[in-house]
Structures are given as structure tokens and as C-alpha cells.
Design a protein. Structure first.
Ligand code: OGA
Ligand code: NI
Length: 266
């Protein structure tokens, strides 16, 4: 519980620093491991979202702590990052078994290798009906583990209906990402979700994307062979992580699934 509260405080602390201090971390360079900005898809999307984000690639290659903003470099944040990596491993073991595979199958595909931490800050919005905190999307990773503070606004899509995900102190929200849907050949579905803009704020959330982002690997990801049969042919073609992420970023949060582009014609 404590480490969760400390992460929210560290995220809030960074975003409430003076603009000049935060500006040092502002970049749109996709190869940077530490980035601060607003709307990664600002020049592609129709609407700007009411949100700023600090994006940090925490692994698999160790990040030089000097690259991180000092307020984000504490023992607590490093401990959270370590603990999430362990939790991620456990979850991938359970998910492997749920697919009827050996418990280390997903880890063997490097799903648990590394993670990014995105700390989001949604300022109070004077006209929340005109925009979104985060537009409808599913995540470009295998699995997401999210902390949200007490403000609320997160919703998931269930049978064409938006359902509130009410904040529960100390609770983590776990979402399947697009890459897990792709390799499980649609057995697991990535959940579509969004965040409403709100008169009340700021709202702080910390998302951990489990995926070996920016890891220089030549591995390609397609539906897991052991899951395929004549009755269950592959739904998706293979892709490298780099191509998947490039497509996702290039498309931006336009409300459509990034997976459609990787679907095989049936
Ligand atoms: C995300 C996300 C939700 C939130 O980072 O992909 O959906 O509550 N975040 O900020
Ligand atoms: Ni998301």
C-alpha cells in the first residue's frame, strides 16, 4: 500500500515542478528513454487530450538514474519498479497457464522483460465536455498495471457501454494489452478504455506497461503456434515490436484498434 501512495506522490511532485525544470525533459524523440510531454499524437489527432505525461523506459536495460528527474529517482520509485517487474512475472505465469501453456511460456517470449512507467497528470478542466483526459484506446503492450488516485474518470468499454472503474485506495488495475491479444490469437482481449476530463483535479495516475520497449531485439511476435489448429487459424500476421509501436504511434489515439492493421485476411 505504502509504495503505491508514494508513486502517486512522486508523479504529482514531478508534474507540479516549475515549468522551466520540467522543460528540460520535454522531447518528441521516440528513441529517448525519458520523455516529458503532452499528447504524444498531438500532430495526428483531431483533439488534444487534457493530460501531461512523464514517460520512462525502466528496463530491461538498466536506466542510468542520472537520466531521471531527481524527484523521480527515489528509493521508493525504484522499489516500485522492481516490485512491478516481479508482479508482472507472476501474472505472466498465471496467464500462460490460463492459455494451457507451460507456466514460463510468456516469459520465454520476453513479455516480462522490461517495462515503462508513464506518470499522467490530468489538470482540472474548465470545459470537460469539449475534450477527454485520454481518448478511447487499448494499450500498446502485453499487460498494463495501473494506479489511479481518488479523483476517478477511468472507464472501460464493455458491450458498447462505458463502465466506470471507481478508484479503490491501494488497488491496482490490470489491463490486457494489444500485444497479448495478438500472440494469444484473440483468446485474451485487450480492453478499450478512456479517461474523462473533469472539473475536479488534478488527477494523477501511474501506468506501468509491461513490454520490452526500445529493447534491440529481432524477435517477431505472432499468434503462439501451440494455440493454433485447423479450427483456430492465425488471426494476425507476425510483427516486430518496433513495427507494432511505430504503427501505434503513427496512428495516434484515433479511437480505432491498432490490431486491425495486423489482421490476416480470412
Ligand atoms: C494509459 C491509460 C489511464 C489512466 O496510460 O494507457 O490508459 O487512468 N491510463 O491514466
Ligand atoms: Ni491505456
Amino acid at each position: 500500500m505504502k509504495v503505491v501512495e508514494e508513486m502517486v506522490m512522486a508523479a504529482r511532485g514531478f508534474h507540479e515542478l516549475p515549468q522551466e525544470v520540467k522543460a528540460k525533459y520535454y522531447t518528441r524523440d521516440v528513441m529517448k528513454k525519458v520523455k516529458y510531454g503532452s499528447n504524444f499524437d498531438l500532430y495526428k489527432s483531431k483533439y488534444a487530450n487534457w493530460r501531461d505525461t512523464l514517460f520512462c523506459v525502466m528496463g530491461p536495460e538498466p536506466l542510468d538514474p542520472q537520466e531521471l528527474p531527481p524527484i523521480w529517482r527515489s528509493d521508493e520509485t525504484m522499489e516500485y519498479s522492481r516490485q512491478l517487474q516481479v508482479l508482472g512475472k507472476h501474472l505472466f505465469q498465471l496467464l500462460s497457464e490460463a492459455l494451457g501453456l507451460k507456466h514460463d511460456h510468456l516469459e520465454g517470449m520476453d513479455c516480462a522483460k522490461g517495462h515503462l512507467i508513464l506518470s499522467h497528470y490530468y489538470p482540472a478542466c474548465p470545459e470537460p465536455e469539449l475534450t477527454m483526459g485520454t481518448t478511447r484506446h487499448s494499450d500498446p503492450d502485453f499487460l498494463t498495471i495501473l494506479i489511479q488516485d481518488q479523483i476517478g474518470g477511468l472507464q472501460v468499454l464493455n458491450q458498447n457501454e462505458w463502465i466506470d472503474v471507481p478508484p479503490v485506495p491501494g488497488a491496482l488495475v490490470v489491463n490486457i494489452g494489444d500485444l497479448l491479444q495478438l500472440i494469444s490469437n484473440d483468446k485474451f482481449k485487450s480492453v478499450e478504455h478512456r479517461v474523462l476530463a473533469n472539473h475536479r483535479g488534478p488527477r494523477v495516475s501511474v501506468a506501468c506497461f509491461l513490454t520490452p520497449h526500445l529493447y534491440p531485439t529481432t524477435r517477431v511476435y505472432g499468434p503462439i503456434k501451440e494455440l493454433l489448429s485447423q479450427n483456430n487459424p492465425p488471426v494476425y500476421r507476425e510483427t516486430s515490436l518496433q513495427d507494432f509501436v511505430a504503427h501505434y504511434n503513427n496512428k495516434g489515439l484515433d479511437g480505432k484498434s491498432a490490431l486491425a492493421y495486423f489482421k490476416l485476411l480470412q
